[in-house]
Design a binder for this molecule. Structure first.
Ligand code: SAH
Length: 483
């Protein structure tokens, strides 16, 4: 039968602890012990530079000699962190005699207590132990819990601690008190803490003590889903997807990402519908966000890439603001960054480019971009977000505006997805080759000398290099543009 270890959180503040060993392992244990304000003595003939520094700063005491049994005379706990098995065994034996707990690093047999893997959101601590059976499993679980608990949890807990008696006084009934705590943990107070607005959080809490909040308030979380690879989601984005009651999804969002969302969340696809213009689509999205949030639901507005890069995120926030709906914004990895990284093209490089410009075809009134001057600079990388046909037209106009026809460029189709393809070309040949290799949307174009690095730095997906291929005839190009 496997051992059941009795879980115990010990208060070591001001209590003596001895660590035997002066290497990296000892250093890790000393750092953890220091958090608990234990009085630490390290016994070891030698120390690593970090431990040495702590000795000099007076944070720990050092006995610069081999271990002696009497080192355990006054201590509450001993940690054996030497790499000498016989010594560790002796320490464990001595500790047993004196009835103090000993942790022998990486030796479950010899240890009378284990140091668990922890997730630290002080004052909340989550400890995971495999009773020494398989620390790897404990570490895996730790990583999962780590990503599911927001870092603001500690601050929120401290706030609740401060108001604990006031809350008890205001809500003497257990049921009402529970409801209030739910509101605190899921509502505007928790949001304010997440946004680092501590005074606001306290004010909200205090006024809710006077006049209890009526219905739970909904909110909208504007989430950048990144370019496709689910691994590029942020931890905040993942948490939001798990919290959502309703998810309003753009056409560009990869289905693999929706797989990660809460199973019972209502998913509504809000891409442009057949025959519908952009304005109608946008109006529908605005309405859906407000309607659901006003019913007290958590609405995730999920957009491809980043919501603030050609994603109309700003317009949606303005609308929410005007309707008094609380919101937050979680950035995503925009297509330019992902396509650049996944095709081995650094957007800036000391030798080739000092600045980057992100451009798209259209403004609100659908007038095309005019500032061709800025796009001509050969030391600037230009990244073009558009449908493929528009990209090809853009290139013709860019050359007409004076950017050199032999400028290197890279067209990345389905950036970061398993089917990613990269086409390396020059401005004057790109349209031809894009046609030849049947490139389609979503594709993104990177223009500039940095693309010269792609053949060497390429690491993901297929790369098609046409740089040294002859330029097509004028007729070829015309054909490509027309078809
Ligand atoms: N908000 C998004 C961009 C929306 S505009 C972001 O931050 O990425 C839509 C354009 O982005 C597409 O026409 C295409 O040019 C580009 N794009 C988005 N995802 C892409 C991907 N995975 N691969 C290549 N291009 C992409």
């Amino acid at each position: 039968m496997s051992t059941f270890l009795f879980p115990l959180f010990t208060n070591l503040s001001g209590r003596a602890v001895v660590v035997v060993g002066g290497g990296e392992v000892a250093w890790r244990k000393v750092q953890l012990l220091a958090k608990s304000q234990a009085v630490i003595t390290v016994v070891s003939p030698e120390l690593t530079p970090s431990l040495q520094q702590w000795v000099e700063q007076g944070k720990i005491t050092w006995q610069a000699r081999p271990y002696l049994s009497q080192d355990l005379a006054e201590v509450w706990l001993v940690i054996a962190a030497s790499d000498d098995i016989a010594l560790n065994a002796r320490i464990a034996y001595d500790a047993e005699q004196r009835r103090i707990f000993a942790n022998v690093v990486d030796d479950a047999e010899l240890s009378s207590c284990q140091v668990p893997a922890i997730v630290d959101r002080a004052p909340i601590t989550v400890a995971i132990s495999s009773a020494g059976a398989a620390p790897m499993v404990a570490r895996r679980i730790r990583a999962r819990i780590e990503s599911s608990l927001d870092h603001s949890l500690g601050a929120l807990t401290e706030l609740l601690q401060r108001y604990r008696s006031a809350i008890k006084l205001a809500f003497p009934q257990l049921k009402a008190r529970r409801c209030f705590y739910d509101w605190l943990l899921d509502g505007p107070v928790a949001n304010a803490i997440q946004a680092q607005q501590f005074t606001l959080a306290a004010t909200l809490l205090e006024s809710a003590l006077q006049t209890p909040p009526a219905a739970p308030t909904g909110e909208v979380i504007l989430v950048g889903a990144g370019p496709g690879d689910p691994g590029l989601l942020t931890q905040h984005a993942l948490r939001a997807l798990n919290q959502a009651d309703v998810i309003l999804v753009d056409r560009l969002v990869d289905p693999a990402i929706l797989e990660l969302a809460r199973r019972d969340a209502l998913q509504i696809s809000v891409g442009k519908q057949v025959g519908e213009d952009h304005h109608a689509t946008q109006r529908r999205i605005h309405q859906l966000m407000v309607e659901h949030a006003q019913q007290g639901q958590t609405v995730v507005r999920l957009k491809g890439g980043d919501a603030f890069i050609f994603g109309r995120g700003g317009e949606e926030l303005e609308f929410l603001q005007a309707h008094n709906i609380p919101y937050k914004v979680i950035p995503g990895i925009t297509a330019a960054l992902a396509c650049a990284a996944y095709s081995g093209i650094p957007l800036t490089h000391r030798e080739y480019a000092q600045s980057v410009q992100l451009v798209t075809a259209h403004r609100k009134d659908d007038s095309p971009i005019e500032n061709w001057e800025a796009l001509r600079d050969p030391t600037q990388t230009v990244v073009v977000y558009m449908g493929l046909q528009q990209i090809l037209q853009f290139i013709t106009r860019l050359q007409a505006a004076g950017r050199s026809a032999d400028t290197h460029c890279a067209l990345i189709e389905n950036g970061s997805r398993p089917e990613q393809r990269t086409l390396l070309s020059r401005l004057d040949t790109l349209a031809h080759h894009a046609k030849q290799y049947h490139f389609a949307s979503p594709s993104l174009l990177i223009i500039g000398a940095v693309c010269k690095l792609a053949p060497e730095l390429h690491w993901f997906g297929e790369q098609i290099n046409t740089i040294d291929q002859a330029a097509p005839t004028f007729a070829d190009t015309e054909l490509a543009m027309l078809s």
